[in-house]
Design a protein around this ligand. Structure first.
Ligand code: PRT
Ligand code: ZN
Length: 285
């Protein structure tokens, strides 16, 4: 029987959230040993623990079938891989930054300048697209110190909170790419492996949907139920059950995280009481 080989980062920002996602899918494994490979016990999956930079190449070469890696790495390596799911974590952007004192007005100010980066392929493509001629210095780490030590005029690096740029007296001037972790797959998986991947995707999507929603329970006067149902449509429609106290009902529904506070304020105005909110583990559609 086939086993799907999943490449995950061995150590670093992606490692823990990648393994947490697979665990949340109900897949058991022993991650403590963290050898090169580890089998899952209750799903046809085998983990390969690798450096994130190597994951796109291993998936492309068929050493692994699928991988969890930053979109930035997939784009930088440039292999023809499928991105089968955005996983949402490890969000960052690849950006060009210049010294704070640089009087930057637009991309034309980078003409003839030097830019340090660990993402030469993406940067080259971007500069060509923008018709800017600049010199790319490929360096593998501590890109942010390049201007201060006189190596380059600018940098192109990943930014999340922006504090590294701030500490190094740099300012972000152009965003090249928005990235999050993605599930990437080889283009030519066998039928059997594709079937396993489809099963895994059903689970991942159920976990991701659940993470974005909350289960909400509340009591409301019957006279306000119609208004409350309008703002709490739920998955199909809310559940309404009469309370022992006449004229009152209990209402159960599901809300999207983004709408949550807005909805709670409206519920309060409509006289809802005893509002309880709980996380959801999985949502299957
Ligand atoms: O050893 P290995 O090669 O596996 O790990 P690594 O050191 O190359 O990777 P790691 O663990 O640092 O990052 C893995 C992935 O996390 C990246 O490829 C991105 O997809 C994603 N990610 C998300 C980030 C960041 N946010 C991030 N902020 N990767 C790196 N950074 C660095 C950035 O390079 C800069 O030095 O953090 C600094 C900026 O952070 P802020 O918060 O100060 O802006
Ligand atoms: Zn790396």
């Amino acid at each position: 029987m086939s086993v799907l080989r999943l490449a995950v980062q061995k150590k670093g920002r992606l490692c823990e959230p990648s393994l947490a996602l697979i665990k949340a899918c109900g897949i058991d494994f022993n991650s403590r040993a963290q050898q090169l490979t580890a089998p899952a016990y209750n799903f046809p999956l085998e983990f390969f623990f690798l450096r994130d930079d190597d994951i796109p190449g291993y998936v492309h070469d068929g050493v692994a079938d699928i991988g969890i890696v930053g979109r930035n790495e997939v784009e930088e390596k440039g292999f023809p891989l499928r991105i089968v799911e955005n996983l949402g974590f490890a969000a960052c952007r690849l950006a060009i930054a210049v010294p704070a004192a640089f009087d930057y007005r637009g991309l034309e100010d980078l003409e003839g300048k030097t830019i340090a980066t660990s993402y030469p392929h993406i940067l080259k493509g971007y500069l060509e697209e923008q018709a800017v001629k600049a010199d790319i210095h490929e360096i593998s780490g501590s890109v942010e110190i390049a201007p201060a030590i006189g190596l380059t005029d600018a940098i192109c690096d990943l930014v999340s909170s922006g504090s590294t740029l701030l500490h190094n007296n740099l300012k972000e001037v152009e965003t090249i790419l928005h990235s999050t972790a993605v599930l990437t797959a080889a283009e030519n998986l066998t039928e059997e492996k594709t079937a396993i991947l489809d099963k895994l995707l059903v689970r991942i999507r159920a976990v991701q949907r659940a993470a974005k929603h909350k289960y909400i329970l509340l009591n409301a006067p019957d006279s306000k139920l119609a208004d409350i149902v309008r703002i709490l449509p739920g998955m199909k429609s809310p559940t309404i059950m009469p309370l022992a106290e006449k004229g009152w009902s209990s209402l159960h529904s599901v809300v999207h995280e983004d709408d949550f506070w807005n909805i709670v304020e409206q519920l309060d105005q409509l006289g809802a009481q005893g509002i309880l909110v709980t996380p959801i583990e999985k949502i299957m559609y």
